[in-house]
Design a protein around this ligand. Structure first.
Ligand SMILES: Cc1cc2nc3c(=O)[nH]c(=O)nc-3n(C[C@H](O)[C@H](O)[C@H](O)COP(=O)(O)O)c2cc1C
Length: 179
């Protein structure tokens, strides 16, 4: 029996979401940016606390933000990044959900994205001028995919064993671990 998908586009979008690290110089139009931020705003959160704020970073400030992490080239290559700020009420799970909403909304608009770890959170706080008690460990780099460069970088990742996913039998258990 074949699987019936009432919304195949949504399911395929979820399964097909891959990071994009190479972008063209084309800026993201304000309407598209607003749509992406709206998707972030509507993310569900624990007890609906919405313990996040979002800082849109563009221009020279991208290079400055990139100094807060170790693998931040996608931010340097991007036209826009969204820094996900965790407020004192927030938690990392909810921040992750907001990041995924940003990425899925961007993909629906033909925009590529890559989550970025800002390993040096003190530096991120300094660059973003965060108030006390607020923190930022993750950003999402955004841009229209530069397909030629992206193809090359995907091939490199595949060869180095960084692509794909673990097989189902290594991941899914029933009733108990190992079941
Ligand atoms: C929490 C998190 C942090 C990440 N940090 C970085 C990063 O700092 N730099 C980077 O280039 N990619 C980063 N990535 C992207 C991952 O490397 C990518 O999701 C993974 O390799 C799978 O890629 P794929 O979805 O295209 O198959 C991060 C992803 C997640 C979920």
């Amino acid at each position: 029996m074949s699987l019936v998908l009432p919304s195949p586009e949504t399911y395929n979008r979820v399964l097909g979401l891959r990071v994009v690290r190479a972008y063209t110089d084309e800026p993201i139009p304000p309407t598209e940016m607003d749509a992406i931020l709206e998707a972030a705003r509507w993310t569900g959160s624990s007890k609906n606390t919405q313990g996040w704020e979002f800082i849109v970073v563009e221009g020279d400030h991208l290079d400055t933000l990139a100094t807060a992490g170790s693998f931040t080239d996608p931010i340097r290559n991007s036209t826009t990044a969204i820094a996900l700020v965790q407020t004192p009420e927030g938690n990392p799970f909810d921040i992750g959900r907001a990041a995924q909403n940003i990425m899925l909304a961007a993909a629906a608009l033909g925009i590529g994205s890559c989550p970025i770890t800002l390993h040096d959170t003190d530096r991120a706080s300094e660059v973003l001028e965060l108030p006390n008690g607020f923190s930022c460990r993750y950003a999402v780099a955004l841009g229209f995919p530069f397909n030629e460069d992206e193809k090359e970088s995907r091939q490199t990742r595949r060869i180095s064993g960084m692509g794909g996913r673990k097989p189902v039998e290594d991941l899914i258990h029933r009733q108990r671990y190992g079941g």
